[in-house]
Design a protein around this ligand. Structure first.
Ligand SMILES: [Zn+2]
Ligand SMILES: [Zn+2]
Length: 110
């Protein structure tokens, strides 16, 4: 008797229709029209849209994180390049200052 009753479950969305499947997510019964196969699992449209939305959110977050990492990497490499150029310039200025004192005095006279 109980098995027969289970088979006569009505669709959660359509009270007049007989349910043919149960959603694995919310365990409600639905008619053929209300369930969709997703990753080899039967889900109702409500649960399916929720899962898709969550996946979208995760995707957005992931790409956002990637963007931050990319910006950070670019920023660090820029700093490194700037620092290297700064050190090179500093060294060349120092070597110029180490030049014979004649040039220095000429420049000071200007
Ligand atoms: Zn569901
Ligand atoms: Zn239905």
């Amino acid at each position: 008797m109980e098995k027969l009753n289970l088979k006569k479950q009505k669709c959660f969305n359509h009270g007049e229709r007989e349910a043919v499947a149960m959603c694995l997510q919310c365990h409600r019964h639905f008619c053929r029209e209300c369930v969709t196969k997703h990753d080899e699992r039967l889900l109702c449209n409500n649960c399916l849209s929720k899962i898709i939305e969550e996946k979208k959110k995760k995707k957005v977050n992931f790409s956002f994180l990637k963007l931050i990492i990319l910006y950070f990497a670019t920023f660090i490499s820029l700093i490194l390049v700037f620092f290297t150029v700064y050190i090179c310039l500093n060294q060349s200025i120092k070597s110029q200052l180490d030049l014979p004192s004649q040039i220095n005095t000429v420049e000071e006279d200007k």
